[in-house]
Design a protein around this ligand. Structure first.
Ligand SMILES: [Fe+2]
Length: 130
């Protein structure tokens, strides 16, 4: 049973979907159930993936990660997402970009600790911090 904001990936073709409305059915792609991506938060890989949330004037900056993650043609951060105040903001990235996203939002309205950042690395999956 899918839930809002869960991210699923097809092991066959690589399609990735984020759920905007969860219901009872099984998500299927290429004739098989899609895999729910776990939200990892502890980094044991050599490059750092856990997104770092920085409060800036007028919003938030999210950096991947504590040392900048590579943005190479075969290994990069595909997107950075900020979840706050019932809203979802996504910055899509390309190889060669900085693994950084700035979200100008009315941060004063947002309760401390209710901001969540997630990012997706094409090799190492989904990562989360708050
Ligand atoms: Fe990675």
């Amino acid at each position: 049973m899918a839930k809002r904001n869960e991210v699923y990936r097809c092991a066959e073709c690589g399609n990735i979907v984020e759920v905007s409305h969860g219901a009872g059915g099984v998500l299927v792609c290429c004739g098989q159930p899609m895999n729910l991506l776990p939200e990892k938060s502890a980094d044991s890989t050599t490059e750092k993936h856990v997104p770092v949330i920085e409060k800036i004037n007028g919003g938030y900056k999210v950096i991947v990660g504590s040392t900048l993650h590579p943005m190479a043609e075969d290994h990069w951060i595909e997107w950075i997402e900020l979840l706050a105040d019932g809203k979802s903001y996504i910055q899509y990235l390309n190889p060669g970009d900085e693994p950084v996203a700035v979200f100008m939002i009315d941060a004063a309205m947002i309760e401390k600790g209710s901001v969540i950042a997630r990012e997706y690395c094409n090799k190492h999956g989904l990562w989360k911090n708050k």
